[in-house]
Design a protein. Structure first.
Length: 685
């Protein structure tokens, strides 16, 4: 492990740019939500209306920009480890992947409430906040979202003044990054905001490296009379080593090989080039009526090539079987979403009525070539990497998904104490495609029409306390997350369905401190899961049930002490066979992050994550790999050099714990990083 002194030298040699602190004193032209430090006050996403989180009848966890900066977070995976009830997946070393309430997904990601379902690593450099919405959300988001969704809320141009800032940081593995955030008015009614980042990637694993850079200009205009518009463009380029961790031995992760690479240097690589344009228009065409339309176009070109452990090790110093493939994928997304919100009093009640329409057109193409290896295993006693070639085409598919949705929701206020949230959504999901590897070419197609309800009841014994119950549904078409193929058998199967029952309570102790609690039951029918004995295939498992408890506290305990923490207990099983446990769903999770400022210039941070043991794949046999429980402690120190400059040191895994945080299957298991530090210099002018 490289020393912190080396990283500090790198840091001091870099230009002194640092990420801007949030300009909360300036008014955003496009409203996305309001925060008090670590506390999010409202959400425009959870109901598609500007609603206090106190009045949303489902669990919502929000990580604000202030918390992102304090914890020096660089990825969604790092962020979500501090959100109980959310399990981070390995994603085969090439994408974000999560499990929410026992439901694994690579697609339930959104940008400002619009679908962002391509497989890649999403950055945090240009975000105002990240929202984790729990439970099925088909009414608001459509297909998928069985266990919940992740919504990234973008920074928007600010009115009334200019600022420029940035951040530079380096860690003790040799990784470093530099970013900038610039806001400039364009007259009295317009502004432009420019965010950019460059990251040189490195970690504790042998042969790992890479780089990612992105730029995001965003222009917003206030036309007056309640009409506003914003145009954002993001370019992302990501090039990194693919690392799928270590294999298992006797039903547990192989130990003693924390840094050993089980791919092939120079072969294991993933690249992504993405162009994402977003146009948003907001207006007020009449009294008590608001409209908004968002158009998102995404063009993604990704190549993923890897060699990986394809089975357990034969012994601690034995051999590990290897396999590999290369997998180029292109995706073009055109997504249009329009909403009308009407505040009206009728029948002695106050209504906030939402009408919405969505249209999606998504084209995908995927080709796969399996690897031919000069040696099909790796000898742990003498690890010599094999030669690799990819001679034959094993998969060649193209597909088009066209979706049309219409939804209506009514938020009804019954006096000062009762609220009702009720709605229905209709989805038409139509996939057509061609398997060009078949001889002759095999067309595939399926169309589904689904209606998804949502009902929430809220009782407020006091203005700052709510008690709620909710019922919601969602569905997942048989083409799965990414529309790569559809077998003749799957074409005749009904979509998977998700039904959630939840009761909970929310208490805003103060505007900057809240506590939430929820009990839930999530049932999944027509369920499928990756086959533990063949990870490239799926198996039908029937019905699953996840029952759980979630508790969270966020905000200022004292004027100088902020916290963000929570606990979740989940029991996720196959219905009819309680011995079968769902994958990557630990029974207990706990996290707590603290920041305490001992003076206006000096502050300290302390965090802890605990995760009980979990199965790497659905437990169908005694050979299923179980990842052991772990507890990790993080720390930080903050020093404000001047009004414009702050120096920050974050230490991860303070006690150098050996742990295995996540997996992709029984034999692709990530190893936790040892003790490491990140030094950050930030400024704003």
């Amino acid at each position: 492990m490289r020393t912190l002194l080396t990283s500090t030298a790198i840091l001091l040699a870099l230009p002194t740019l640092a990420a801007a602190q949030e300009a909360t004193e300036l008014e955003p032209i496009l409203v996305t939500g309001r925060n008090h430090g670590y506390v999010a006050v409202n959400s425009v996403t959870a109901t598609k209306t500007d609603t206090p989180l106190l009045d949303v009848p489902q669990s919502v966890n929000v990580v604000t920009r202030e918390q992102l900066d304090d914890q020096a977070l660089r990825s969604l995976g790092e962020l979500l480890r501090y959100v109980p009830g959310t399990t981070v997946g390995q994603g085969e070393g090439n994408r974000d992947q999560i499990t929410l309430r026992g439901q694994n997904t690579t697609a339930d990601f959104f940008l400002d409430g619009v679908r962002d379902d391509t497989q890649y690593y999403r950055g945090l450099y240009n975000l105002e906040r990240v929202e984790v919405l729990k439970g099925p959300y088909a009414l608001i988001f459509g297909r998928g979202g069985g266990g919940g969704i992740i919504n990234r809320v973008q920074k928007t141009p600010q009115a009334g003044g200019a600022f420029m800032g940035g951040r530079v940081s380096a860690n003790s593995f040799g990784a470093w990054d530099v970013s900038t955030d610039v806001n400039a008015p364009l007259g009295d009614m317009a502004a432009v905001r420019f965010n950019a980042v460059y990251e040189a990637l490195d970690n504790h694993r042998d042969y790992f490296d890479g780089e990612r850079y992105a730029v995001n200009p965003y222009v917003a205009v206030d036309f007056g009379a309640g009409w506003r518009a914003g145009l954002s463009y993001e370019y992302v380029n990501d090039d990194r080593v693919v690392d799928r961790g270590v294999p298992s031995l006797a039903g547990a992760p192989l130990t003693g090989y924390r840094d050993q690479f089980f791919g092939v240097p120079g072969v294991n690589r993933t690249t992504l080039e993405a162009n994402i344009a977003k146009l948003r228009i907001d207006g007020a065409p009449a009294r008590n009526v608001e409209v908004s339309t968002t158009v998102l176009y995404g063009d993604y070109d990704k190549v993923y090539t890897n060699v990986f452990a394809n089975g357990p090790a034969t012994a601690r110093d034995g051999t590990v079987p290897l396999a590999g493939y290369t997998d180029p994928t292109t995706r073009r997304n055109l997504l249009v979403q329009s909403n009308l919100v009407w505040d009206v009093a009728a029948g002695g009640l106050n209504h906030r009525v939402l009408f919405g329409l969505e249209y999606g057109d998504q084209d995908s193409a995927n080709r796969r070539r399996n690897a031919v290896l000069t040696r099909t295993d790796l000898d742990l006693a003498d690890p010599v990497f094999p030669g690799v070639s990819f001679p034959a085409l094993n998969r060649d598919t193209v597909s088009n998904v066209e979706s049309v949705s219409a939804y209506v929701q009514d938020q009804i206020s019954v006096g000062d104490r009762f609220d009702i949230v009720a709605g229905l959504r209709y989805d038409r999901f139509d996939i057509t495609g061609l398997d060009r590897q078949a001889d002759p070419d095999r067309p595939f197609a399926r169309a589904d029409d689904k209606v998804s309800p949502r009902l929430g009841l809220i009782y407020k014994p006091q203005p700052n306390v709510s008690i709620y119950g909710s019922y919601s549904q969602s569905f997942l078409p048989r083409s799965g997350d990414q529309f790569l193929t559809l077998s003749p058998t799957e074409q005749n199967l009904e979509p998977e369905a998700f039904t959630n029952h939840e009761v909970g309570a929310k208490w805003d102790i103060r505007p900057d401190l809240n506590v939430t609690a929820a009990l839930f039951q999530l049932d999944r029918t027509n369920a499928t899961t990756p086959d533990p004995l063949n990870p490239t295939a799926t198996i039908n498992v029937g019905e699953t049930r996840t029952r759980g408890l979630e508790v969270a506290v966020t905000g200022r305990i004292l004027p100088d002490w902020q916290v963000s923490g929570g606990y979740s207990r989940q029991d996720a099983r196959l219905r009819g066979n309680d011995a079968v446990r769902l994958a990557q769903t630990p029974k207990h999770q706990f996290s707590l992050w603290n920041r305490y400022d001992v003076s206006p210039r000096l502050g300290f941070g302390l965090g802890v994550i605990h995760q009980s043991s979990q199965y790497a794949a659905i437990r169908t046999t005694a050979a299923t790999t179980r990842l052991p429980a772990f507890t990790r402690v993080d720390a930080a120190a903050f020093y404000r050099v001047s009004d414009d400059i702050e120096l920050q040191l974050n230490v991860e895994n303070l006690f150098d714990t050996t742990y295995f945080p996540d997996a992709h299957n029984n034999n692709n298991i990530s190893t936790g990083a040892p003790l490491n530090a990140r030094l950050t210099l930030s400024t704003r002018f």
